[in-house]
Design a protein around this ligand. Structure first.
Ligand code: 5RP
Length: 218
């Protein structure tokens, strides 16, 4: 199976976690694009979706799914999203699609984060995938220097302006052995909007696409 077919497989499997009669939290990315397509088959059984990006909002609307403002929802049963890397405890690196801030906001509303990914995203230690960090443009250079001081090699993502009008630093060379501590530390550096470590909002369930089918990791 191709990587795209594996993504479609887990996207379909994620429908089992959607609670009928509720609003669903929806992430961003190519795996989520498949999920949105699958969700359309049950659009009349859900109230709608809270979206984590303009990209997902557009796709949801195109599939006839009601998009609900995050501020009108107190809690979500589930948030369904992809990841760039996942460790065996469900900690993730996210932000490859530059939507990490809104993804974390919507994930924070949800009781459960259901991660959908092809199995190549599973790693023993986070950090091979360059860590995305959304930053206030004014602080980008001083934050890049700060990442260099802890052994990272940051690059500014060329030409990218996020949905929030900010920039993305991609930081290579970090071995994230304590994801929670790193998330808390980096997130309080002045100028950081959101670091792409999802440990406080780690996945409750990971659906991993393999050539033998969907593997569920809890
Ligand atoms: C977007 C994300 C995505 O979930 C992540 O990049 C995975 O994307 P894909 O499903 O295309 O592999 O964090 O900001």
């Amino acid at each position: 199976m191709t990587q795209d077919e594996l993504k479609a497989l887990v996207a379909q499997a994620a429908l089992a976690y959607v609670v009928p009669g509720t609003v669903v939290g929806v992430g961003t990315g190519s795996t989520v694009d498949h999920f949105i397509d699958a969700l359309a088959s049950m659009k009349d059984r859900i109230v709608g979706a809270v979206s984590s990006s303009d990209r997902s909002t557009e796709r949801l609307r195109a599939r006839g799914i009601n998009v609900v403002d995050a501020s009108s929802v107190e809690r979500l049963a589930v948030y369904i999203d992809g990841a760039d890397e996942i460790d065996h405890d469900g900690n993730m690196i996210k932000g490859g699609g530059a939507a990490l801030t809104r993804e974390k906001i919507v994930a924070d509303l949800a009781n459960d984060f259901i991660c959908i990914a092809d199995a190549s995203k599973l790693v023993p230690v986070l950090g091979k995938f360059p860590l995305p960090v959304e930053v206030i443009p004014m602080a980008a250079t001083q934050l890049a220097r700060r990442f260099q001081r802890i052994g990272g090699q940051p690059t500014l993502r060329d030409g990218v302006v996020t949905d929030n009008g900010c920039h993305i630093l991609d930081v290579r060379g970090l071995q994230i052995t304590d994801p929670l501590a790193s998330e808390i530390e980096i997130n309080q550096w002045p100028g950081v909007v959101t670091v792409g470590i999802f440990a406080r909002h780690r996945a409750s369930v990971c659906l991993l696409g393999t050539s033998e089918g969907v593997k569920t990791m809890r």
